[in-house]
Design a protein around this ligand. Structure first.
Ligand code: AHG
Ligand code: MN
Ligand code: MN
Length: 339
């Protein structure tokens, strides 16, 4: 099987601007992911579970593994020198590096170092999500806010790591989605899932339905649609919800389905963060032939205004997201049936 490094080098030729820096950065992410994987696998044996005693900018308690994973990815990207700034769920402000090499780096990274961290204690799959953009500011000084506040459509790569029954690294550089499974016996990422495509015929819907009464009318109607009786369209669908975006999306991308985290009465923009959760997942979904929306518009076209901005997310098999979008529009006050 092809290794991640072989694959990255082979694909480098696809990019006329490639100088090897981008490849090096992807490789560094792969190395940090191995280190995080090692700790995740030891959860329960060593003292890595539980709370760090601090909270992040969202006011969420940080777990020890949130902090560990954050440090590992920042260290790897800082050491590599291709990345000039990072936006992370665990850091209120931009992370920049006090080094000439990093200040000359061409790229910026937005990341959720540990996604689904509430699942650590119960041995359920968790993940890491990342998106990569080219910087807008001139190289030679620290990366800026402007470098990170770019729409998802301008990403040059995105991916995730899933620490599950096996650990996988799944990423795209805009030419399809490829998945690598980690073989711990040799310490290598091996290409196990080339050119992933979201199946059209899947029947999974994933949503935290306990919030039903707070959902917008369009979402309530879409849930009822999923539960409808129509064998011709594979309905009723089946519900699967882990509570780790990465794991829920990974399953739906391989099997076919829709993941939704809508806005609700308490949080109109939902819970997920645009830069480092919605955008990378949306990029992968589109690259796999699927679709990602905030209910009304393409996620990748949303112009970000702040690092930790939230957005509703509807992502997965295209026709499912289309139907959800239709019902959202139909139930919005400015619905135009002619449009
Ligand atoms: P994180 O652990 O990075 O804070 O993310 C948790 C997110 C996401 O992974 C998941 O899909 C969602 O929270 C689940 O939220 P609910 O518990 O509200 O369903
Ligand atoms: Mn998350
Ligand atoms: Mn997280």
């Amino acid at each position: 099987m092809k290794t991640l490094i072989e694959f990255i080098h082979e694909k480098q030729a696809d990019f006329p601007f490639a100088t090897g820096e981008f490849s090096r950065m992807l490789n560094d992410i792969g190395i940090a992911a191995k280190i995080v994987n090692r700790e995740v696998n030891k959860a329960g044996l060593t003292n890595v579970m539980g709370f760090e005693g601090t909270s992040n900018v969202q006011g969420e308690d940080q777990k020890k593994l949130d902090v560990f994973a954050n440090n590992e990815f920042i260290k790897a990207l800082g050491h590599g020198g291709q990345c000039c700034a990072i936006a992370s769920e665990e850091n209120e402000n931009l992370v920049t590096f006090d080094s000439k090499m990093s200040n000359n780096g061409k790229y910026v990274v937005a990341m959720d170092p540990l996604d689904g961290s509430s699942n650590i204690e119960v041995n359920v799959s968790i993940g890491t999500v990342f998106g990569i953009w080219r910087r807008k500011s001139e190289p030679g000084s620290c990366g800026t806010m402007e470098d990170l506040l770019q729409p998802g459509r301008d990403m040059v790569a995105a991916g995730y790591v899933i620490y599950g029954s096996s650990t996988m690294l799944v990423y795209s550089t805009g030419k399809g989605v490829n998945g690598f499974t980690y073989d711990p016996s040799v310490g290598l990422w091996l290409l196990s899932h080339p050119d992933i495509q979201i199946p059209e015929g899947g029947n999974i819907y994933s949503i935290n339905e306990a919030n039903y009464i707070y959902f917008p009318e369009g979402v309530k109607q879409y849930i009822k649609y999923c539960q409808g009786d129509d064998p011709a369209t594979n309905r009723p669908y089946t519900t699967r919800y882990i509570g780790s975006l990465v794991s829920d999306f990974h399953r739906n991308m391989l099997r076919g389905g829709i993941y939704m985290y809508p806005g609700n009465k308490k949080n109109p923009d939902g819970k997920l963060r645009l830069l480092y959760e919605c955008n990378p997942i949306a990029y992968l979904a589109e690259q796999a032939g699927g679709k990602a929306s905030d209910g009304f518009r393409r996620i990748l076209d949303v112009e970000p205004k702040s690092l930790h901005q939230r957005s509703p997310l509807f992502v997965g098999t295209k026709h499912m997201v289309d139907t959800a979008e239709y019902l959202m529009a139909k139930n919005s006050p400015d619905f135009n049936p002619q449009a």
